[in-house]
Design a protein around this ligand. Structure first.
Ligand SMILES: CC(=O)SCCNC(=O)CCNC(=O)[C@H](O)C(C)(C)COP(=O)(O)OP(=O)(O)OC[C@H]1O[C@@H](n2cnc3c(N)ncnc32)[C@H](O)[C@@H]1OP(=O)(O)O
Ligand SMILES: CC(=O)C(=O)O
Length: 528
């Protein structure tokens, strides 16, 4: 198995993505995580660019990294300066990393129009900068910016710049599809040509403007590239860089290439989600390999087959990349979906009950419900259909009052429940109607069920489900809750947003009570 070296530029090119801004602390945390994952090179930033990136290279020296080399990034010397006095090269060397990456121009159009330099001067800038960093004891990677556009426009000049980099001592010459507009067959042909003309190692750095960054990267590796540059989850300038998660998974699983370290593949999902959290970005559900939907089965024909053999609708076992299989309940479900979802109940083989559940799901989804993200409400629906439901409390009445006071609106909720044979009538104020209802419900129920204290409301979403009716439209409220051991969603639908929230809230509480009871019966942690 030939090794492909993984070069992560999440901290430099990734932070060029719109809305991405890592703090110094984030950068150090991510460095440790990437090192742990077995990444070979971590491009930590552009030391000339800003004080944070400069400080990073000082702070990172204190991190006890296991294997990754931290790399500083910068451009070739300015056109009229000597390398010894060039501010960019000085900052690069002051970063005191063992490896540096220098980016230079390959495309004649960029040299004349952007740098306003002659073609010969640019070649000299590349050679001087690399030779100087080599003379200062650095291992140098050379990023050939716009290589593929340059190679198309003026192949002889593009190759001349690479040869200058190689002769000056670059250990790896990385071909960049900076504008992300190259097709996979052109990448493969260009990489093969470069390989035939250079002795040093060749790398690849692709952007995703045609959504071909993964295909282009794999093509380059197939044609002989041994270093892959990219970012976690593909974050980066414009449409992003190549997603290293997909590249690593494809190289390891499909092409059987040696990447990262043993055990890394099974931690890809966790690492991807960690980066989203750090970058303060939402997960991408459909992200290949690691997305929440990557192994989620919804269509009845799919879930039917997956229940017999997961290979029928999965290209790999999700566990290989640390992900999990999910079976979604919806109006597109058949009985086998319901069978899979209800396997834990005694009624799972009862066709009549399965049919009843399926009909209830389809009717409710027609009315605006969605059970995909509401496993708590689905669980209660199954119990009701199967005759296994005994309410923990009876929902008698509620009232919510909002008054505009001097300090802003004041919200008060009153709830009336029947619990343990008695009536509980409680009032609570809250930050808004849902918060006030939640507080009043807890006040009524906590004396009977103290473990409701563990329940936390973590997300609340509202969607209009029949937009044509304007303000009289029905809304769907989905609430996500968690306790110490689980996360679950519940759903409510009504023309009235408070009523929809009340249904979802009461389901969330009932689900917690059922869950604690079942955990205790099965001897699981979290049992009552
Ligand atoms: C393809 C890539 O993603 S490369 C990385 C791009 N990343 C970034 O640009 C983020 C960090 N950049 C920065 O902080 C700043 O742009 C700096 C510090 C690098 C430069 O800042 P400034 O000196 O103010 O210049 P400014 O950003 O306006 O313009 C870029 C300058 O670099 C020059 N330049 C661009 N590429 C190169 C190169 N490969 N070698 C030498 N000079 C270059 C340009 O000609 C321009 O100089 P000029 O104004 O004298 O013509
Ligand atoms: C070097 C780099 O980031 C690019 O060419 O896209």
């Amino acid at each position: 198995m030939t090794r492909v070296f993984i070069y992560d530029t999440t901290l430099r090119d990734g932070s060029q993505g719109e809305g991405v801004n890592f703090s110094l602390q984030d950068k150090l945390l991510l460095t440790r995580r990437l090192d742990d994952l077995g990444v070979d090179f971590i491009e930590g930033g552009y030391p000339l660019s800003n004080p944070k990136d400069f400080e990073y290279f000082q702070a990172v020296r204190e991190l006890p990294l296991k294997r990754a080399e931290v790399v500083a990034f910068g451009m070739t010397r300015r056109k009229n300066s000597a390398p010894e006095t060039d501010t960019c090269l000085k900052a690069l060397l002051d970063a005191r990393t063992s490896h540096v990456t220098i980016v230079g121009k390959t495309w004649d159009f960029h040299v004349t129009e952007v740098l306003n330099a002659t073609l010969a001067e640019n070649v000299k800038m590349i050679a001087d900068s690399i030779a100087f960093c080599k003379s200062q004891g650095r291992e140098v990677f050379y990023d050939a910016e716009h290589f593929f556009d340059g190679y198309k426009a003026n192949p002889a000049y593009a190759i001349e710049t690479l040869k200058a980099a190689e002769s000056a001592g670059a250990a790896v010459v990385i071909l960049c599809d900076t504008n992300g507009g190259t097709m996979p067959e052109a990448v493969a042909a260009a990489v093969a040509d470069v390989k035939s003309k250079l002795k040093c190692e060749v790398g690849i750095h692709c952007h995703n403007d045609c959504e071909l960054a993964v295909a282009n990267t794999l093509s380059a590796v197939r044609a002989g590239a041994s270093q892959v540059q990219g970012t976690m989850n593909g974050i980066g300038e414009r449409c992003g860089n190549v997603d290293l998660v997909s590249v690593v998974a494809n190289l390891a699983i499909k092409y059987r290439r040696d990447v990262l370290v043993p055990g890394s593949l099974g931690r890809l999902t966790e690492a991807s989600r960690y980066v989203y959290e750090l970058a303060n970005m939402n997960f991408r559900p459909g992200q290949p390999f690691v997305g929440q939907s990557a192994f989620a089965h919804k269509g009845g024909m799919h879930t039917h087959a997956v229940a017999k053999n997961p290979n029928s609708y999965e290209h790999i076992d999700p566990v290989v990349v640390g992900n999990e299989r999910r079976v979604l309940v919806s109006e597109l479900s058949g009985q086998s979906t319901i069978l899979t979802k209800t396997a834990k109940y005694a009624v799972a083989n009862d066709k009549a009950v399965m049919g009843k559940i399926l009909t209830a799901v389809q009717d409710l989804e027609y009315a605006g419900y969605e059970f995909e993200a509401a496993e708590g409400s689905f669980d209660i629906l199954v119990k009701k259909a199967a005759g296994l439901y005994t309410p923990w409390f009876e929902r008698v009445a509620y009232r919510v009052n909002i008054e505009q006071g001097a300090g802003g609106p004041v919200t008060e909720a009153t709830v009336k429940l029947r619990v343990a044979g008695a009536t509980a009538h409680t009032v609570s104020e809250g930050d808004g109607p849902v918060n006030a209802l939640d507080a009043a419900l807890r006040k009524a129920l906590l004396p009977h069920f103290p473990r409701l204290d563990e329940l936390q409301l973590v997300d609340y979403k509202v969607r209009v489900v029949n937009a044509k009716a304007g303000t009289a439209a029905r809304v769907r409220v989905v609430i996500e809750c968690r306790d110490g051991t689980a996360v679950w969603g519940t759903v409510g639908v009504s023309e009235n947003i408070i009523e929809a929230s009340w249904i979802a809230l009461a389901d969330a509480i009932e689900f917690k009570l059922f869950k604690d009871q079942e955990d205790a019966a099965d001897g699981r942690p979290g049992g009552a």
